[in-house]
Design a protein around this ligand. Sequence first.
Ligand code: NAD
Ligand code: DAU
Length: 340
Amino acid sequence: MKVCLVTGGMGFIGSNFIRYLFESNLDFKVINVDKLTYAGNPENLKDIEEKHPNQYKFYKMDICDFKAVDEIILKNDVDYIINFAAESHVDRSIINPSLFCDTNISGTISLLNSAKKNNIKKYLQISTDEVYGSLNFNDAPFTENHQLAPNSPYSASKASADLLVRAYYKSFNLPVNITRCSNNYGPYQFPEKLIPLMINNSLNNKSLPVYGKGINVRDWLHVKDHCKAILKVLKEGRIGEIYNIGGDSEIANIELVEKILKILDKPQSLIKFVKDRPGHDLRYAMNHNKITKELHWKPDVDFEKGLKMTVDWYISNRIWLENIITKEYLKFYEKQYKNR
Ligand code: NAD
Ligand code: DAU
């Protein structure tokens, strides 16, 4: 049985990935290491914890704490490390860049050091399309060879981490892969990100804050498709390689918000155009030919269907949504939008 250390497994993509591993009936033991920031929610995996006590173990821990993480890796005889743990919200990185450097850069180096010390079979870094910067409307999608040109403290911290992963491969022969994915959507996403925020606000008849003119384009991928791609890269990815992952579903923010309102049968008058995000990237789009050709992965979930499924999930899980929206978060949210 292989032992897989997943960091950030109580967050959106990490918890979906752990769920996907168990659904796939693989011979894996999963060690989940998560600091439980505002974005980490143990409720996401309560059923998995109950159903698989011998195959799943959770440790509340900061990945920056090398000693603690190293002890867990040694004790559990870990084969693979998949690093999802991160401060992940661009708007927050503009308010507090240092926190992003701590977790996203120092946290990564702490894991890399332990991976090196313990002769890990593979270290997989979960990165983002944002490290490439921004495209114009008529530019070709990003390939893996595109220059790194991050524009936010979040994406700069992720790009820095990618470079460290590369350096550990080149300097120490550490077996690594990096995946760079476009915007994910689906169940268990914290409602500060565009899709769940707009769903939650619509359900509560609150205004929907669209930054600038709403013309910015994102390429959406259902989280389950992302999880499938990650598992493929873990199992079959060529050592030292970077793989782009994308959804082939580019859409402008305003069109996306209008779709959500239509699904929920809510009035377009809820839309409120607000001050733009500083350094707001205009467009992301991914060329995923490499993973498609080499590992036979492609996105399966149709965006229209996936969006409807996601809206339905939030409607069916209103208690999950209500529990995650703490008073502290509401205060933060109100303050952020008051200034726009
Ligand atoms: P998220 O914010 O939902 O979850 C992050 C998780 O990391 C949380 O559970 C949090 O508690 C944990 N965490 C934060 N700091 C930690 C620390 N110091 N030590 C241990 N745990 C810590 O994020 P997400 O959207 O699930 O993103 C997961 C990863 O995927 C991130 O690395 C992100 O950069 C990357 N990514 C996200 C997207 C997306 O659209 N959401 C797209 C591409 C890549
Ligand atoms: O592209 C991958 C990245 O996608 C990940 O690396 C990040 O972790 C993830 O947060 C996401 O970043 P974005 O900045 O693209 O996602 P966000 O949901 O914050 O915003 C999506 C778009 O919607 C962006 O153009 C900003 C806009 N927006 C966002 C919010 C929260 C609004 O117009 N209004 C809003 O209230």
